[in-house]
Structures are given as C-alpha cells and as structure tokens.
Design a protein around this ligand. Structure first.
Ligand SMILES: NC(=O)c1ccc[n+]([C@@H]2O[C@H](COP(=O)([O-])OP(=O)(O)OC[C@H]3O[C@@H](n4cnc5c(N)ncnc54)[C@H](O)[C@@H]3O)[C@@H](O)[C@H]2O)c1
Length: 410
C-alpha cells in the first residue's frame, strides 16, 4: 500500500507528528524499535503525555499502523526520522540516528523525501545522515530529497498546538527545501524556509540554548539576591513590566527533560570540535547544574535552624522536570533527593502526575501530611498547594508560588 508518511521513532515528537498527519488525511505508518511502544500503540494505548488513548484509537481508525519492521519505508513518499539524540558521558550520541538511517537506507526508493527532526549539531544531516542514506547507491539531492526540520513540541503547552507552531525547514538543495516545505504546509499554519540545512539545525540549538542561558541568568540572580537579602521575585515582577527589550524567565531548582540540559551540549561539542568558543553555554550549564545542590543546601539550613538535619523529614512537591507534565527525565528532583538523603533526611514526594519515583534504584515514597520541610520544586496546576503544604513545619518554595508565614522563597 502506498504511504504518504512513515515516521521513524514514535516518541514525544514522532507520535504527535503521526497524529497530525493522520488528522490531515494522510496515509501514515510508524516504525519504532521498541516492541513495547509498538504493542501499546497497536492496542490503542498512548505512552506520550500530550496524546490520549482516544487519539491513538482515532489514528488506528484512520489506517495508522505501527511496526518494528522498517519495510513500510519502501512504500513512503516522505520519511521523517524522530529518534532520540541524547548524551553519553556528556557528549552527543547519534547512535539512534545512525541506526534509523541504516534501516531507512535498506528500503529507500528514488523520489522519497527524507527529513530529520531529531535535534543535532550543524552538519548532522549532510555529513552524518546523508552518507548512510546513500549507502544503497541513491544520491541525496538527486535521487531522493533530504531535509532537516527541527521539532518545537513543548510538552504540556496548551497555548500552542502542533498546527499553530511555525515549522522551520532546511533542505540539502533548494528543491529539497521546497518539497519539505510543501509536506509540512499540509500540517502546520506557517512554514519558514531556512537558507540551508545547517541554519535550520543551528536555529533549533539556538532556541534551546537561549532558554538555558536565560534560565541560568535568573537562577544565578536568585542566588545572588538571596545572599544580599533582595527579593528576587519582586525584582522579576518589576523588570517584567518593561514592555520591550525584556523577556521574563523564572528561577527554579535546575533544568531537566530531554532538551534544555541536552541540546546546548550539541552546540558546545560542535564548537569545541572546531576550536570555537561556547563560553555562554558552558557557563550556563554549570550554573543550572549547581541549582539542585543549592536548593538542597538551603533546605538543610532551614532544617538546621530548628532540629538536627539527619533524621528530619522532607516532602518534595512536584518531581517532574516541568510543570503539568509527567516526565521525570533528567529532573533536578533526582539530585535534590540524592543530596538530602546523603545528609540523612527522610525524603518523600507529592506529584499527581508521577505515580512512582525512584532515585538510584531506591523508591522515594509518595506522601503528604506532616513533614519538617516541604520543598516546592514544580508548580503543577493540579496541586492544591495550600492543602499539600498545610502540615509542613516550613516550606522552601523554588517557584515563587507558595504563601504563608512559614514559606521561604528561593
Ligand atoms: N520531547 C521533546 O519535547 C522534544 C522537543 C523538541 C525536539 N526533540 C527532539 O526530538 C528527538 C526525539 O525525541 P523524543 O522526545 O521524541 O524521544 P523519545 O525517546 O520520546 O522517542 C524516540 C522513539 O524512537 C525510538 N527509537 C530509538 N531508536 C530507533 C531506531 N533506530 N529506529 C526506530 N525507532 C527508534 C524509541 O524506541 C522511542 O520510542 C530528539 O532529537 C529530541 O532532542 C524532543
């Protein structure tokens, strides 16, 4: 059967893309090496927060198939690769991109458009992906089209949808870019064509590095203000009234998830490889990585003012890496738990989005009720802070949202 689209990698990025394409009436198949993911989707179960089981059922009803076998690539007009690009020992790990590329290459037909959506450093599509795709003898830009289009999925964001978020595309050749733009124009309201692949790749890394650097700036400002006795939340409230030239960011216990702590390292690694500077990114990574330790230290200072730290109890409120999501990948809560445990603090957590949470293989008990200190790490809309914090002796609020005489803010 002819397919309009095959999505390779059906995770946080690939599944919403497949869903949007199904909703637009395209014939779509998905390939994923995880048999668990494939079996779940076939049974109508979503493993991605922003996609409901009902939406997977709609996709299946529209003809969507999920498989671990990459053969559908041979029947596709367009193949989009959305596999993870993580880190190994802090360095870019393109093993999933390479393995997906090998699977695609085995089935690639002339005339297909291949798009990489996985975030990576400038040069990845042309220097890393293209040679593997060409291993079967087809030439990129001549026999098949090749493009890069970064994903801008923001888990939990209800203000911007897949369709209303502009999509950047870059092509190996102008014809590749045009073909890629035409593909996404059916799925999103605005397509922005970059002058080349590297510009599109770097734009994505700039977006996430911009967030990282600005978060690091306000994190460091929070530490600085606490040391000087200045209320950083008032500083931010006042500065945010400037109607131009200032965009507010808020401090917190550190950054987490799949993107902000990871993607800037791709830019820094590429810079290092070419003996170019990446000072801002490197410093911002250091500042944000220090925040969980700072939060743990502040919590211990508050505890120590009243009782011995060892043996006291702490309740972490919100352990997901950001508000209103269930994702705990690289959450700063992990490091906070580790550091409090090391000082003998009994740690529990409260997070309605996270049914189970373990650190270093040791489960963190879910709890609420009396505790020596509650540490607000995330501001989930679903958490009634007044209720959860009611029986805490004192509260360290890293989000500037809790009220009360016993509340100390970051
Ligand atoms: N999650 C986000 O919010 C987000 C936002 C923007 C960009 N990105 C980027 O998008 C890419 C994908 O991220 P994600 O969050 O969707 O990852 P994910 O881990 O949720 O999903 C990736 C899927 O790919 C599958 N997979 C791994 N290797 C494969 C292979 N060789 N062939 C087929 N399937 C394979 C995995 O089983 C998994 O289901 C990454 O580069 C990430 O940086 C993610």
């Amino acid at each position: 059967m002819a397919l309009d689209l095959v999505v390779v990698g059906l995770g946080y990025v690939g599944l919403p893309l497949a869903r949007a394409a199904c909703a637009a009436g395209l014939a779509v198949a998905g390939v994923d090496t995880s048999r668990e993911v494939v079996a779940g989707l076939r049974a109508g179960r979503s493993h991605v927060g922003d996609i409901t089981d009902a939406e997977v059922a709609e996709m299946l009803a529209a003809g969507f198939t999920a498989t671990a076998n990459p053969a559908p690539v041979g029947a596709a007009d367009t193949v989009v690769i959305c596999v993870p690009t993580g880190l190994v020992d802090g360095e870019p790990d393109l093993s999933a991109v390479l393995s997906a590329a090998r699977s695609v290459a085995r089935h690639l037909r002339p005339g297909t458009l291949v798009v990489l959506e996985s975030t990576s450093f400038p040069g990845t599509t042309e220097e890393v992906l293209a040679p593997v795709l060409e291993s079967g003898g087809l030439v990129a830009g001549a026999d098949f089209h090749l493009a890069f289009s970064p994903e801008r999925i923001d888990p939990g964001n209800t203000a911007f949808s897949f369709r209303s978020t502009p999509k950047v595309v870059g092509g190996l050749t102008p014809v590749c870019a045009k073909r890629c733009a035409a593909f996404y124009e059916d799925l999103v309201d605005t397509v922005v064509v970059a002058s080349g692949l590297r510009e599109a790749e770097t734009a994505k890394l700039l977006e996430n590095s911009y967030r990282l650097v600005n978060i690091a700036l306000v994190d460091e400002l929070a530490v600085f203000c606490a040391g000087l006795g200045v209320d950083v939340w008032e500083v931010l409230r006042c500065a945010a009234t400037k109607p131009f030239g200032f965009q507010p960011f808020r401090p917190g216990p550190g950054v987490g998830g799949h993107c902000i702590p990871v993607d800037p390292r791709y830019l820094a690694a590429r810079a290092r490889a070419s003996a170019l500077p990446a000072t801002m990114i490197t410093t911002a990574l250091e500042v944000t990585a220090g925040m969980p330790g700072y939060v743990a230290r502040r919590a211990c200072e508050l505890l120590a003012a009243e009782r011995p730290v060892a043996g006291s109890s702490a309740l972490l409120v919100g352990v997901a890496y950001k508000a209103d999501v269930a994702d705990v990948r690289q959450t700063p809560a992990t490091s906070v738990v580790r550091q409090l445990r090391a000082l003998g603090v009994r740690v529990a957590y409260h997070d309605p989005h996270v049914p189970a949470f373990a650190v270093d293989g040791v489960p963190v008990p879910a709890g609420s009720g009396p505790c020596d200190i509650a540490v607000v790490l995330q501001d989930h809309a679903a958490v009634d802070l007044g209720e959860v914090l009611r029986d805490a002796r004192c509260v360290l609020d890293t989000r500037g949202v809790a009220e009360g005489d016993n509340v100390v803010r970051l």
